[in-house]
Design a protein around this ligand. Structure first.
Ligand code: ZN
Ligand code: ZN
Length: 82
């Protein structure tokens, strides 16, 4: 399963939920919100253990997107390709 946006096969296009303009891709939300994000608090043992075998396999790639018109950050789910 691959993400067509992460692999450069497709441009992410999604309307801004606030103003309706087209948002721009800011990369994977998992990179953005993940445990290695620079602003994450370093002491979170519960979150680390939660990333174990119980983690469900995502069926789509969560991308962080930003609206250049109004500056709103949000996420967009990109369906994965087999
Ligand atoms: Zn992706
Ligand atoms: Zn907007």
């Amino acid at each position: 399963m691959i993400c067509p946006v992460c692999n450069g096969m497709e441009e992410l296009s999604s309307p801004c939920g606030v103003c309706g303009d087209s948002v721009v891709d800011e990369g994977r939300a998992t990179d953005w919100l993940g445990p290695y994000a620079p602003y994450s608090p370093p002491e979170q043992p519960a979150a680390l253990s939660a990333a174990g075998p119980d983690t469900t396999v995502p069926e789509d790639c969560q991308h962080a997107v930003r609206c250049p018109a109004c500056g709103t950050f949000s996420t967009a789910a990109v369906p994965l390709l087999p």
